[in-house]
Design a protein around this ligand. Structure first.
Ligand code: SER
Length: 313
């Protein structure tokens, strides 16, 4: 990793990945690719930015050549709920964007990171401690693109030797940039509403347990897998930290904000949550490249509230 391009630098993960990469590899060596939305000031003011639409292969190739890029983090994607509202767009952005990135990587000897998700699993997958190798029959378009994407990455590794690495992210919780269009987004919204309004209406049921992770852990996993000398899995590694339900996170926030109240009005996203695992077996990530998470529910909640209060006050 000498010259890095992050596609999707204004997104939830890109917003925090770019500064972490710049800190480790140098401001001048990390190019922030963005498309619809401008990245935050911290990114704007600390290094180069370029417009990169993964659907425009020539434009992507131009940026790769301009900076002599050797590593791409391809973070641009439509999430689960957004994908159900516009399945055609989800297929186009998630699949054709990835195919362009892999083709440019093949032609320019570039190492690639691409995120998969717990959405690759579906209603027929075992839901507790979901194994690495298991049934992948998702019922969302987002999930379909994640399974197809995993297979495409594996194909490009085997056929063309592209060094592509991937993680099945759980729901990611953060405060710098809001996630958009996901089913796990409630676990971010709840913190904003707890501080701003003291009450939250949750779009999932109180017992909808899902695998989750705090952003610093997600960023660390993303950089660590790319730095690993070698990896054994070229589809995508299971990755886990914590699992909790809306009721459990509500109770944890209530320890800090005792008057906080919640009600539950599940919508179409409950069906998506019902099709995903409750907990994930990520022992291969822990064994193959020493993955270890830092934040449990209590530690994450405390950190989220401290940082969000600073932003919102
Ligand atoms: N956070 C994503 C979503 O809810 C899952 O990968 O769509």
């Amino acid at each position: 990793m000498k010259k890095i391009l992050v596609i999707g630098s204004a997104g939830q993960i890109g917003t925090e990945l770019v500064p972490a990469l710049r800190k480790e590899f140098g401001n001048e060596n990390v190019i922030a690719g963005y498309h619809n939305k401008i990245p935050i000031d911290e990114i704007k003011n600390s290094g180069s930015m370029e417009i990169v639409n993964a659907l425009d292969k020539q434009g992507l190739e131009n940026v790769v050549k301009k900076y002599n890029i050797d590593t791409i983090f391809h973070m641009a994607s439509l999430l689960s709920a957004a994908g159900e509202k516009n399945p055609d767009l989800a297929w186009d952005v998630n699949m054709n964007g990835l195919k362009n990135v892999l083709d440019v990587a093949k032609e320019n000897k570039i190492q690639v990171f691409w995120p998969s998700s717990i959405a690759a699993f579906g209603p027929t997958t075992p839901r507790e401690n979901t194994p690495q190798t298991t049934v992948l029959e998702p019922n969302t378009m987002y999930g379909v693109t994640k399974v197809a994407g995993e297979l495409l990455c594996n194909y490009y590794f085997n056929k063309y030797g592209v060094d592509v690495r991937s993680l099945r992210y759980p729901g990611i919780i953060s405060y710098k940039t809001l996630p958009g269009g996901g089913t796990t987004d409630y676990a971010v919204d709840i913190f904003f509403k707890a501080i701003q309004e003291g009450k939250y209406t949750c779009f999932l049921k109180e017992d909808a347990t899902l695998p989750m992770m705090y952003m610093p852990d997600a960023v660390k996993a993303t950089i660590d897998i790319m730095k690993a000398d070698s990896v054994k899995i070229r589809t995508s590694y299971n990755l886990a930290a914590i699992s909790f339900s809306p009721e459990e996170i509500f109770n944890e926030i209530k320890k800090h904000i005792p008057d906080f109240i919640i009600d539950y009005v599940p919508d179409f996203r409950q069906k998506i949550a019902d099709s995903w695992p409750k907990s994930i077996d990520d022992s291969l990530a822990r064994k193959d490249w020493n993955w270890k998470h830092t934040y449990d529910l209590a530690k994450m909640t405390e950190d989220m509230l401290i940082n969000l209060k600073k932003i919102l006050d």
